[in-house]
Structure formats: C-alpha cells, structure tokens
Design a protein around this ligand. Structure first.
Ligand code: AMP
Ligand code: MG
Length: 348
C-alpha cells in the first residue's frame, strides 16, 4: 500500500493545511488508518465505531488483540454517544486537563465503539488531545478515533513523522506530518470507574497534578510491585524497546562506567544513554544524551528519539542512567523500565 504524507503547518496556516486535513479525514471516513501528531506521541487513528478500521490498526502495528485502544474526541459532547455515565470526578478531570495528556476510563455503552477497541471490556478509555492538527482532523472526520501510538508494537513510540515512516511506511494509508510532539511520552491513564480513581499508567499529567484537582487517587500496585498483574491490559507487555538490550544503572558516573567496562571487556560494543551533565565523562562506543537532568520534561520529550537513535548504531548493549521518580520522572522511569531487558542495578 502507498503511504501518503502530508506536511502541515502547525502554526496555523490554514489555507495550506486544510486541504491536507480534509484529504486525511476523507480516508478516515472510508475506514482507512492515518497517523497524526498529538501533544504526547504520534497516534495511528481509525474510526472507533468500525471494526474494519480498527482491525487495520492492529494489523499495521502488530499489536496484541487483548490490548484495548484509547478513543480520541474533539468535543466532550461526543461522549454521550458511547459512554453510559460520567462520574463527577471524571467530569472534574476533563474540565481541568482536557484537551491534554490524560486518558479517562469510563463505563461504555455496549456495542457503539467496536469491541476490538475495548478488547471486550465494559469500559472505554477516552481523551481529548491538545494538538491543533489532531483536533482539526477529529473535527473534520466527525468521528471518535481509536488511536494507539503509531509505531510497530514493542518499539519506542514515535515522536516525529520520521519515526512513523520508518515503522509503518507501506502499512497505512497516510501520515500527517506536524513536526515533533510536545510531551514525548504517552498520556496518563486513570480509571474513573473505581472509587477513588486508580492511575493505571503514569504519563503526561502527574499524580500530584491529579491530586490537586480531585484529592485521593490510588495507584495500580503493579506500577510499584513487580509481582502484581497490571490492571491495564497494555501494561504487561515489553514496550518501547530499542533493538539492543537495555539495562538501567542507578548510581554515580563511576558506577555506570564500571558497567560499561564489564560489557566492553566481553567484546561488546556499548552505548550509554546519558545526560548533558554526564555525557563527556563516559568512555563507550556511543554516548547519547537525552537532555539535562535539571529539566525532566526535556528528557521525556527526547527519550524515545534517543532510544531510536541507538537503532542507527551497531551497539550490542545500551546502558542507561536512572532518573528520579518525581513528577514526569515517574513516567520516564516507567517507560525505561519497560524498555529494559535486564533488571535495574543500584549502587550500594
Ligand atoms: P496506547 O494506545 O499504546 O497508548 O495504550 C493504551 C493504554 O491504555 C494501554 O495500556 C491500555 O491497556 C490502556 N487502556 C485502554 N483502554 C482501557 C480500558 N478500557 N481499561 C483499562 N486500560 C485501558
Ligand atoms: Mg503504544
């Protein structure tokens, strides 16, 4: 299949952008799937109400079928069509964080969105993205769009159209290129069918921000304990992984360098995922900085691009620094730990 590519001007040059959005929306209405930018990562969208379209999303990504998809909307009024009740806490969260990187799990009306979207659950995850291109496409298509990240399943999520092209060229109808995404990590997922609500996946909105709006929230124990089964189906898979195995070392530069040396002495080519503060200090085959430790939001923004950059090198192993689990750091470490193939090592 030929994959079309439309470069759009997110600064809002509507006269050149609109025809592209219209063409992409027409394809969505014909049950084709289209990748588009959001403020988190690029999404791969398809009509959430049509199983034919949703099947194409799973096929293009090679995604396990028991992993439900998030439905994207441009207007809260669209919820009435497929959500049975909106609890008061959910309404507060929407009013405060939408459009934005927060996915809210709500009770679904049966048989409106495809059961391939909900993976047969009685609930549905919904969010309103905070990106002019995503919102324009949603409005023009006039449909709720099921949209997981636009990468091959298991790979780091795409934060640029180039990443999407690499993974999905020839597998999808088109890509709307709106430049680099903002947050760079996926949305926070919160289940509002429980009292108090439960955070199932850390992401662009932090636990602290949520607590300020609704007070008490629980955290899925699987996010902190290794032997708990996650409540969110998608959280059990290895995810976000570059080609080479990755291991996190939590400690000083010396501690990380010692790990590099051990791998080097066994004849392997070693890559280090470092930070601006430390990158000059390592002796390794490849050193990539994902930003300054003083600004965790930049680390979040550049994490997936940095992981993908190792795929362009010939390293046999990636040794990564660790990050504090505060604010967006919680989501950074959640994704890094999922990308890792070996258990985290901590300095004594
Ligand atoms: P992705 O689309 O790759 O960002 O992943 C979506 C995430 O939301 C996965 O972790 C899913 O398991 C989770 N999710 C989506 N819908 C639901 C739902 N109804 N209940 C629980 N988790 C969900
Ligand atoms: Mg994904």
């Amino acid at each position: 299949m030929e994959t079309k590519k439309w470069v759009v001007d997110i600064e809002g040059n509507l006269s050149t952008t609109y025809p592209h959005i219209k063409e992409a929306a027409e394809l969505l209405k014909k049950n084709e799937v289209i990748a588009f930018p959001t403020e988190t990562v690029y999404g791969l969208g398809g009509n959430a109400k049509e199983t034919e379209a949703v099947n194409k999303i799973f096929q293009a990504k090679g995604r396990p079928s028991d992993n439900p998809l998030i439905v994207h909307i441009a207007d809260q009024a669209q919820l009435q069509e497929f959500v049975s009740t909106v609890p008061t806490v959910a309404q507060k969260l929407m009013d405060h964080f939408w459009p934005g990187p927060l996915t809210i799990i709500l009770p679904a009306i049966k048989d409106v969105v495809s059961e391939r979207v909900t993976a047969g659950l009685s609930t549905v995850g919904v969010r309103m993205p905070d990106h002019p291109v995503a919102l324009a496409l949603l409005k023009e298509a006039g449909l709720p769009l099921a949209a997981p990240s636009a990468n091959l399943s298991g790979k780091p999520s795409p934060t640029s159209a180039k990443h999407v092209w690499k993974d999905l060229n020839g597998r999808i109808a088109g890509i709307v290129d709106g430049g680099i995404t903002g947050v760079g990590l996926e949305s926070t997922v919160i289940d509002c069918t429980s009292v108090p609500p439960i955070i199932l996946r850390p992401g662009g909105v932090t636990k602290e921000q949520i607590q300020q709006v609704i007070g008490e929230v629980n955290i899925d124990p699987a996010l902190t304990k290794e032997d708990e089964a996650p409540k969110s189906p998608g959280m059990k898979y290895t995810h976000y992984a570059p080609q080479a195995p990755l291991q996190i070392f939590d400690g000083s530069v010396t501690f990380v360098q010692e790990a590099v040396n051990r791998s080097k002495s066994s004849g392997r080519k070693v890559g280090v995922l470092a930070t601006d503060e430390t990158k000059q200090q390592y002796e390794a085959d490849v050193v990539i900085s994902c930003g300054s430790r003083s600004d965790l939001s930049t680390i979040a923004n550049r994490l997936y691009d940095s992981l993908r950059a190792f795929d362009e090198t010939d390293v046999d192993i990636i040794i990564s620094e660790s990050f504090p689990k505060t604010g967006i750091g919680e989501a950074i470490m959640n994704r890094l730990e999922k990308a890792a193939t070996l258990p985290i090592q901590r300095e004594e």
